[in-house]
Design a protein around this ligand. Structure first.
Ligand SMILES: [Zn+2]
Length: 65
């Protein structure tokens, strides 16, 4: 029986195909909801569910609409 470390999987979850435009590092889902993301959701009446990502390397934040 294999032991699966769920915590590790969640922490290490990266967005495939999306790279930091500044340094090329991995982007991970950010728990913080950005103001821009909240605004986009309000303007679109909830149709858009923006996700915010943060670069593991340089901590630059990105918003994916
Ligand atoms: Zn970066």
């Amino acid at each position: 029986m294999a032991l699966i470390d769920l915590d590790k999987i969640i922490i290490k979850r990266t967005i495939l195909g999306i790279r930091c435009t500044a340094c090329g590092g991995n982007l991970v889902v950010s728990n913080r909801k950005s103001i821009a993301g909240r605004l986009a959701r309000v303007i679109s009446f909830g149709a858009v569910k923006p996700e915010s990502y943060v670069c593991e390397t340089c901590k630059k934040t990105f918003l994916l609409l």
